[in-house]
Design a protein around this ligand. Structure first.
Ligand code: GLN
Ligand code: ZN
Length: 745
């Protein structure tokens, strides 16, 4: 058996299939249309395709157990026996217990879903209690290893590492259980070794964030223990999404045979490695090809960086910076992209070729590498936009005094105390989706489509009037997605046809690509908003997606700082705000649900990010008159480090998710002296449940106790697009009635 790591690898590969086959199969299983056996056979076919693809591309170290029916963190929870009792006792099959944890069943809500580090992927949060009994369940990694072996392909099973697993878990001090958990990993590793596994990959990305000395010590202890096992595969600890810092030294104290470093997001890793002293024959797996973005690599620069690592370590392997889970499957499926754009792109399949080439060039020094791409085409430059940005002054990001604004706005809006509103979208019914699909396919003319959408806007306005809401919305029926909608209308953006990326479970997104200077050709939302306003005398709130969220949910050009691209987007939004205002719209909401998720993992980098993020939002929203009310909406209730940034956005009203956290966020806002309008969500829209009237009243009373009533707004937690009309009507009725009741008391 060979024990060398190999020369080239990827840390993971998309598992959804080139045509989202996994999504379709899993959803068919949930709907009862196919059985477990049919689902498993699709899964086996998809896995085999991935291994063959990697093998045929001449990658010589191939991962397995990167397939998942839902999520790799959930898979790891199962592999260590961390199935909470509340699911185990349902008495379901292993597969259905798994899906019950992922999606919930009637009696049991699912595990919590949350963002995977600073990506747009969501994992299921393990629930660990002081009496969770960890036991190894190696069936899945062993099964995948055996399946690949049967195809003649030797693989390296991948698991989330024990320290990261617990750092991501929730419960009563989960990390205190590390020593117990490591014993389950020890059993897993022994079982893998007995099946002939030569290498295992344990992912520890949690260590590219700031960690306490105790947490770093625990990492050292865990891998010392695993390293001392007499029967085990060789251990590759993979890290990604940033630089490892002090944790690198801790890993070097242990017997692990390979360490993976992200040299794209964490170039500092090289200096750390150089300073670390002798590496003791270890393999350094150099993440030289960006696994997060979709641009072709500069292969010569990658080889140069690889050569530096090779000068420090006895063995170097080339890899992607992180799993390719975060990029679309195959560029060759895109036939409609502008060739000047597509020649600059690499999706997962293309990135594998890049890794192989860099690996080969590093070894033989003679492999010819494709020339780097020429500079950004001048056609993608927009000198007018650049000129405007260069001429900006600090006052362009500043509104007038809040007290003056608030008075002017109230004069124009005449709102009651505790005004009621919604976050923007109303249910996206099957008919609406069908109309959009028909329009895209050319089966519905532009005029008919517009008519259909106008009818929907009218329906939504009438409904809100009937319910008695104070600030109305048009309902966003024309928007497929809050980023894509703007991307389709702005210069500098390209849309893919098949560029799907897993977001969570069976849910995939198709992020647009920002390749050039961003500019607005024509107004993007004015027609819909003014049409809605023409139907009612109540104020209608215009609805835009903020610059940070547009960047966060797109693939962004890497040839200029993010801050510059954010400002270009902000300028387009500023013009849109201005046009809405000129058309008589008195309230504009600029959504920033992604403000927090893109926060850098290391505290040292957060200030810079928040500075440009806030500056871009303010550029977008400061061009309006004092009497125009700017709202923003944020989709989380624990602000952590971004709390002061929320104040700095200087929006007149901030609506936030708050119902699940029982309004805790209001205390956080009070603590930093936030003094403008706030709309804590009083209805958790993430489930179809209708909140009873009394519950909304209670939430509101709690809010009134924390915030002066004149600053308080009444709204749901988020948009209503995933809900159905019956529950929306009932819930909004309760919300309006509760506001009236609390207002009168
Ligand atoms: N205005 C958007 C909506 O209501 C906001 C969505 C979001 O916060 N993610 O759907
Ligand atoms: Zn939201």
């Amino acid at each position: 058996m060979t024990t060398a790591f190999g020369q080239s690898t990827v840390l993971g590969y998309p598992r959804i299939g080139a045509n989202r086959e996994l999504k379709k199969a899993v959803e068919a299983y949930w709907a009862g249309a196919i059985d477990a056996e049919a689902l498993e056979s699709t899964a086996a076919r998809l896995r085999a395709e991935v291994w063959r693809t990697l093998h045929d591309a001449r990658l010589d170290a191939i991962p397995s157990n990167t397939f998942s029916y839902y999520d790799q963190v959930l898979d790891t929870a199962v592999a260590v026996g961390a199935v909470p009792d509340r699911f185990a006792r349902l008495g379901l099959s292993a597969l259905d217990t798994y899906f019950a944890m992922a999606r919930g069943v009637d009696a049991e809500p699912a595990l919590e879903l949350t963002k995977w580090f600073d990506t747009n992927y969501h994992y299921l949060v393990p629930e660990i209690t002081p009496d969770t009994v960890f036991t190894a369940d190696p069936a899945k990694p062993l099964g995948e290893y055996a399946q690949a072996r049967a195809l003649g392909i030797t693989t390296r099973p991948v698991l989330v590492g024990p320290a990261t697993f617990l750092l991501l878990a929730k419960g009563d001090d989960p990390f205190a259980r590390l020593d117990d958990l490591v014993e389950a990993y020890a059993q897993l590793l022994t079982a893998l070794a007995e099946a002939g596994v030569a290498w295992v990959q344990l992912d520890e990305p949690a260590y590219v964030a700031d960690r306490t000395p105790a947490e770093i010590d625990a990492l050292r202890r865990a891998y010392t223990r695993l390293g001392e096992l007499t029967r085990r595969p060789r251990i590759f600890v993979a890290t990604y999404f940033g630089a490892l810092g002090d944790a690198l030294l801790a890993l070097l104290d242990t017997p692990v045979e390979a360490i993976g470093l992200d040299l794209v997001a964490g170039p500092d890793n090289i200096d750390r490695l150089a300073a670390a002293g002798p590496l003791g024959g270890r393999t350094i797996v150099a993440g030289l090809v960006d696994g997060r973005n979709i641009w072709r690599s500069d292969l010569r620069a990658a080889v140069t960086a690889g050569a530096i690592v090779a000068g420090l370590a006895d063995h170097v392997a080339v890899s992607t910076s992180c799993s390719l889970l975060h990029v679309p499957v195959d560029l060759s499926a895109e036939t409609h992209l502008d060739p000047t754009v597509s020649e600059r792109l690499a999706f997962a399949r293309q990135k594998v070729d890049e890794v192989v080439l860099v690996g080969r060039a590093l070894r033989d020094g003679t492999t010819r590498l494709p020339a780097p791409l020429p500079d950004t085409p001048t056609a993608w430059r927009n000198d007018e936009v650049r000129g405007r940005l260069a001429a900006l002054r600090p006052t362009d990001r500043q509104r007038g005094d809040y007290a003056v604004r608030a008075a002017r706005q109230q004069e124009r809006l005449g709102l009651p105390e505790l005004p009621t509103t919604t976050i923007g979208s109303f249910p996206q019914t099957t008919e609406l989706r069908a109309a959009r699909a028909a329009h895209r396919a050319g089966r519905l003319t532009d005029a008919d489509y517009r008519q259909r959408m106008r009818a929907e806007v009218e329906h939504v306005i009438r409904l809100q009037e009937r319910l008695g809401l104070d600030v109305l919305v048009h309902g966003e029926p024309e928007r497929n997605d809050m980023v894509q909608y703007f991307g389709e209308q702005l210069d500098g953006f390209a849309a893919t046809e098949h560029g799907w990326v897993q977001s969570y479970g069976s849910r995939c997104v198709r992020p647009p690509i920002i390749y050039g200077d961003v500019a607005r050709r024509t107004p993007m939302t004015v027609e819909w908003t003014t049409y809605a306003q023409s139907l009612t005398s109540k104020p209608v709130k215009g609805m835009l997606t903020g610059p940070v969220t547009i960047l966060a949910w797109s693939f962004v050009r890497s040839d200029q700082p993010l801050a510059d691209t954010a400002d270009q987007v902000a300028l387009a939004l500023r013009d849109e705000c201005h046009d809405l205002e000129s058309a008589g719209i008195r309230v504009v909401q600029v959504d920033e649900p992604a403000l927090r998720e893109t926060l850098p993992l290391r505290r040292a980098d957060q200030r810079t990010y928040l500075d440009w993020a806030v500056a871009a939002f303010r550029l977008a929203t400061s061009g309006v008159a004092d009497g125009t009310q700017i709202h923003t909406h944020l989709c989380y209730s624990e602000f952590g480090e971004v709390i002061t940034a929320i104040d700095a956005l200087d929006a007149d009203v901030t609506s936030i998710e708050a119902s699940r956290s029982k309004m805790e966020v209001l205390a956080d806002l009070a603590a930093i002296g936030y003094h403008r309008g706030v709309g804590p969500g009083v209805w958790d829209i993430h489930s179809p449940r209708v909140p009873p009237h009394a519950e909304v009243v209670e939430a509101l009373r709690r809010a009134v106790a924390a915030v002066a009533a004149r600053r308080l707004w009444v709204n749901p937690d988020c948009g209503l697009k995933t809900r159905g009309y019956p529950e929306v009507e009932a819930s909004l009725r309760h919300l309006v009635a509760a506001a009236a009741e609390v207002r009168g008391s």
